[in-house]
Design a protein around this ligand. Sequence first.
Ligand code: GDP
Ligand code: MG
Length: 739
Amino acid sequence: MNNSSITMALAGNPNAGKTTLFNRLTGARQHVGNYPGITVDHKEGYFSHNEQDITITDLPGTYSLTAYSVEEIVTRDFLTANKPKVVINIVDASNLERNLYLTTQFLEMGVPLVIALNMIDVAKDRGIEVRARKLEELLGVPVVPIIARTGEGTDELIRQAIIVGHSEEKWQPIDISYGEDLDKIIIHLDSIIAESDFLTNSYPARFTAIKYLEHDDQMLPLGQKEDSGIARQLEQIVTTVSDHLLKTMDVYPEAIIADHRYGFIKAILRQGVVTHKFDTDRLYTSDKIDKVLTNRLLGPVVMLAILFTLYQFTFSWSELPVALMGSFFGWLGSVVDTLLPEGPLKSMLISGVIDGVGGVLGFVPLIMFMFFGIAVLEDSGYLARVAFMMDRIFRIFGLHGSSVMPFIVSGGIAGGCAVPGVMATRTLRSPKERMATLLTVPFMNCGAKVPVLILLIGAFFSDHKALYMFLFTLLAWLVALVVAKLLRSTVLKGEATPFVMELPPYRFPTLQGLLIHTWERTWQYIKKAGTVILAISILLWALMTYPGLPQEELDSFAEKRIAVTESFSETIQLEIRESDNHNGDLSESALALQERLTTIDQEQSGARLRNSTAGRIGIFLEPVSSLAGFDWRTNIALLGGFAAKEVIISTLGTAYSMGEVDVDASDSLGQRLVRDPNWNSVVAISVLIFIMFYAPCFVTVICIAKEAGSWKWAFFSMAFNTFFAFLASVAVFQIGSFV
Ligand code: GDP
Ligand code: MG
């Protein structure tokens, strides 16, 4: 056996279990989504089996190989460009007919194929029995039953795949009959293609012929490039046939082809491959549950109730651990305070690192509870129902059903990230719907905005935390949808495209799966806090500390201190002499002196912050920002948020700890804000609204530019969002302060 690495590709319908199998084989913990459309790029992994090295690629989920969507193109391009030694086609045994549609096209393409018959456990539960041997015989390729989730059968699958990978036999595509009319034409096209060696490097001649008949969006331009003469000849034949079919039978060739593929599959399944133990029209449990959960009236009510419960659960369960984390960082601050001498290092550690990163890390327990709740919704299959129900609403606003997932990924429920959200828009076929989606997903409450929401809601609306979280989530959706509608009726005007969504059956989530999902996301949050956020926090601390105060001002503060101390010294000495109090308590005047000195210290560090680079910028912006109720310190934090929204909390933490020297360990940032005269509940709402809707963070902006294919849209998004957010905040603040 030769031991050079074998290349394998993993392909199949969305939700067939590709990612689960991929992770099981490679040990990589890749995101497993229980809904269609999450894997767009392909992922590569490595493993070995009996000393055979294997490179495996997880391809995006697709239902077909016709170039209707990005996934289909990615998959086909990968296969023709990389020519993997084996394609493992993973099919969902509980949904065989539909899954085999893709299989027929692999067979037609002639790729070396092994079929992984996945989810036999689910099939069995539903009373479906699939005979793998029989299927293998009829299709002429190995079929191995597996349960990707537990790993059952995967050894045998890889063993078969290696055998196929090593076989030198030339693979023969199979011929499916497309009916008398089309078969004749296909043979004709086939001969033209074969004779002129047209695209035969990439595809078998017959496959190309069929794709021409299907009006494949990618094959036609490819053909033009290869040989425009032949391409024109083929196109002409196809046009004649299409016209004829349309006139005589009122159908397109694509429809006839699809019908025959299903016919072929049905014919195979009928030969004893699948038997149903139960009545076929029996309502499966999933369908029964869906009767209620996706009911037109009841469904949305239940959905809102579930979301509300999620927030309630998150806030109530995490209260204690969050408080503990808060006091831990407070304690850490006071330890550093007593251990280190005064100076820039201490200031950086306390104000930059502990207040900054600690502010972000303090929310870890809460984030974890939130992610756990979302993992339950996702793994059980409920999230797909949310997408399904939202689709009805989305159409009204000019978006597509496939837009729902990008929204949820971006933080539609809470705590996602707009970067994968923007990337997930690749599943949208219509460029305009896609653009409208990727410009509005940054409005969702991503993982970086959530702590700000929690902080301000916790500080100013502590009696109704879950309710406010719920309302702000609804607001995010409302704004996103209205803006989308606005875009779709102006710059992105265009037709809506149809959407079909399959609901995967409900599954009982496994504890392990839930824990892994929760941990993956939490870890990402922690990692970001420890790296990017740490760096930006320190940078901002520096901007908020330097250039410091000019000498004469320092002198004047020093003089003030001396003056105050002197004015008290006599009385204090007198008091000490007079009192017979020897237990070390400070006298009344000494306490008063201490208070005065603290005030001077506060004035000094406040003056220092004002004089710093960041402070000057904040003050410069204050005349405008005060329209929305933001003071100069808030401005500093909001500017920091352009880099990463997490920084908003850390910067507020730093700004508000620099103002006060006497850092009381038990005093959280929230409490400081509540006590600050510049803050109140109207300001809190205004700030939150600005943070929710202003320019996406730096990374998202880059991502938008990349996905939209131009910086124009990225700049548009920054300018438009910031402008819109500011107007909204001004409106809230002005109206709120007025009433
Ligand atoms: P992909 O879209 O093809 O990547 O599919 P995923 O790997 O994300 O799997 C979709 C869902 O099916 C996940 O919730 C998996 O846990 C689940 N799943 C995958 N394989 C099996 C299996 O063999 N049995 C059962 N019961 N569930 C499975
Ligand atoms: Mg996947």
